[in-house]
Design a protein around this ligand. Structure first.
Ligand SMILES: [Zn+2]
Length: 319
């Protein structure tokens, strides 16, 4: 099988992480100053994914058809991309109302939910996201009525590194105190972060984001091809994307060699990872191995997956 080689030079940067997210259906958080192309990266994701399968398209159309705007037949099999603003109400985001209607999390079913400026969202709403991220569904109960809607979406989120936006950016000075930065980052709780597989920092500049560059266009087509191949490998092996593997399936289907087992034990101790974070890291490592058309998950795949999960990259490097 033709397998175009993956460019790993930018493996900790947005492009590589976006490709991995597209392959395995993983959730992604991008942290970087304003104007570094976080939104542009997010909007590129639908273009890297195949159109919806027929059964997925029916599910998506069913949810959209009971929304206020209804379903547009011209968009049949189009993967939803929803990007609600952080000022949206809980009902608009989660769903509800006197006759319960689906919110953005359900309108994004089988597609992508993009939350820009993640810490600006109401903290209670962010905590509610844990349910659909775990189960792919959302239950809404309002007074006497309750409803249950599908909400199986791929989460892509973006945030600034600090309240002013310029922490760590050489182009402008950041005046935020350490305390202020910690409070800002603390708005995203540990349990929510655990459910986001890839956490990456985006710095400037990014020449490859220039759509006019011939090389950039060519590489987009190559990325799409690799994504398609890696998704086909997963569907053949397990009939689902790596993101949806259960804990048992991870144990049975992703055997690790002794060296990798030793590494994961060290990582557990060093980073005090939760079991949930650990399983997500192994699933991402499986996706990275699939991108290389490698049957086995090996130590370099685990290292890269860990790097993409922990922002403390220097510490990962010495583990
Ligand atoms: Zn700042």
């Amino acid at each position: 099988m033709l397998h175009p080689k993956r460019d790993i030079r930018g493996q900790f940067q947005g492009k590589g992480a976006l490709e991995i997210a597209a392959c395995g259906g993983h959730n992604l958080l991008m942290i970087g100053p304003p104007g570094t192309g976080k939104t542009m990266l997010a909007t590129r994701l639908p273009g890297l994914l195949p159109p919806l399968e027929e059964n997925e398209a029916f599910e998506s159309a069913a949810v959209l058809s009971i929304s206020e705007r209804g379903f547009d037949v011209a968009r049949w099999r189009e993967r939803p991309f929803r990007s609600p603003h952080h000022t949206s109400s809980a009902v608009a985001l989660i769903g509800g109302g006197s006759i319960p209607r689906p919110g953005e999390v359900s309108l994004a079913h089988r597609g992508i939910l993009f939350l820009d400026e993640l810490p600006q969202f109401d903290r209670r709403i962010l905590e509610v996201l844990r349910e659909p991220l775990e189960t792919g569904r959302i239950s809404i109960s309002r007074a006497a009525r309750s409803a249950d809607f599908p909400a199986l979406f791929q989460l892509v989120a973006a945030m600034n590194p600090c309240p002013c936006g310029y922490h760590g950016d050489p182009s402008k000075r950041c005046n935020c105190s350490r305390e202020k930065i910690e409070r800002y980052r603390g708005r995203i709780s540990g349990p929510l972060l655990d459910r986001i597989d890839l956490h990456i920092e985006i710095a400037r500049p990014r020449n490859w984001l220039d759509p006019n560059e011939e090389a950039a266009n060519e590489s987009s087509a190559m990325v799409r091809l690799r994504v398609e191949q890696a998704r086909t490998i997963q569907m053949r092996r397990q009939d689902k994307l790596n993101q949806f593997l259960s804990v048992n399936e991870i144990r049975q289907q992703i055997p690790l060699d002794l060296e990798s087992q030793r590494f994961t034990r060290q990582v557990f101790d060093r980073f005090l990872l939760s079991a949930r974070a650990y399983h997500r890291i192994v699933k991402v490592a499986r996706t990275i191995a699939d991108l290389e058309d490698n049957t086995n998950v090996e130590l370099p795949h685990l290292r890269e997956a860990l790097n993409l999960h922990c922002l403390d990259r220097a510490a990962v490097a010495d583990t």
